[in-house]
Design a protein around this ligand. Sequence first.
Ligand code: ATP
Ligand code: MG
Length: 406
Amino acid sequence: MRLNNLPSEFQKALPILKKIREAGYEAYFVGGSVRDVLLGHPIHDVDIATSSYPEETKQIFNRTIDIGIEHGTVLVLENNEEYEITTFRTEDVYVDYRRPSQVNFVRSLEEDLKRRDFTVNAFALNEEGEIVDLFHGLEDLDNHLLRAVGVAGERFNEDALRIMRGLRFAASLDFEIEEATFEAMKAHAPLLEKISVERSFIEFDKLLMAPFWRKGMEAFIASQAYNYLPCLTDSQEKLQSLLDDFAADFCFTSSEQAWAALILTLEESNVKSFLKKWKTSTHFQKDVEHIVTIFKNRLTAELNKEQVYQFGKNLIYRAEELRQAMGMSVDFERIDVLDKSLTIHDKHEIVVNGGMLIKELGLKPGPQMGQVLSQVERAIVYGDLANEKEAIFDFVKDCLEDIEKG
Ligand code: ATP
Ligand code: MG
């Protein structure tokens, strides 16, 4: 098959392929971008595979950066763009079912395509727009089928992350998982325990954020992969209720929101410890925890100005969207009105700071000053105090008198 109209991202990168070819090597576009072009989807990263070894690739271009030389990847900077160029490679025995123990550079495109996970991810596209399709990927693409390259069980045994990748591709592409591939996913799911949690998180997060996340979640449940991931053992029924409780056309608008929904559904009381087991950043943990808190507060009370100040409009919106998707009453306008009524959105907007209190009112640094400053903050948020220097100084003086009086 030949593509007549290459998208602009590929057009722009054609001189790179040409340069490599003129140096005497082969070069192709590979990976997800070729699949996405064939599906008519927008593409994000253009990956290039080549028969030149990394040192040889570096000789061809003026500006390169070693970003993963041990895996064969060189970053090439040309025409204000960056391209990842990876040497054709095979992967040896997988140690601990995690990472290949050794990457071997090879000169054969076929060898490189064979180590790829799914047939629709194993295309190569040359300068003329011809598609190299060694595993009937075009047929699978037409049928919207996700099929492992080669013997599925062997491929999942080599790298169990492919199970999670398969589930997330079902969710992002709206593809069915081919039967033998799915059976092998189920059979090898216990190996997910051996995969690094960070890698599983990335794939599960992509699944939740995908437009067809329901399809991915259904396959995830049917595969029983949840039994081998942090804090999800035996969670089949609760995961099912994630599907039942949310409107059929709802898609999560942020990762934090998706994980908050998951945690609410699982009835997990300790958000931080749950997300720590998934090895997420503390910033992520905090935002998810806030969405969960807002959602729970909102079950019993109306939103108020202080909450909008404390959590910020964005996270409150995320929680309100969850309510909407669950068929509960919502009031987005109220969030906007409350947000607009705030004179400050952050304590750094207060026109007086600790240094000024020391200089102008003779306060000493320490816990007392912290206490006074948070009283100032609260009074401004409640609308009891103007965010003006003189007014704040008077307020602080009153506070100090009160403290002295005990
Ligand atoms: P996305 O659109 O999400 O970037 P992608 O298919 O490009 O999807 P990447 O993770 O960017 O996925 O990987 C690029 C390519 O590398 C894949 O298309 C696949 O051919 C190959 N690949 C990536 N991870 C694996 C893996 N664990 N096992 C086998 N092949 C893999
Ligand atoms: Mg990609």
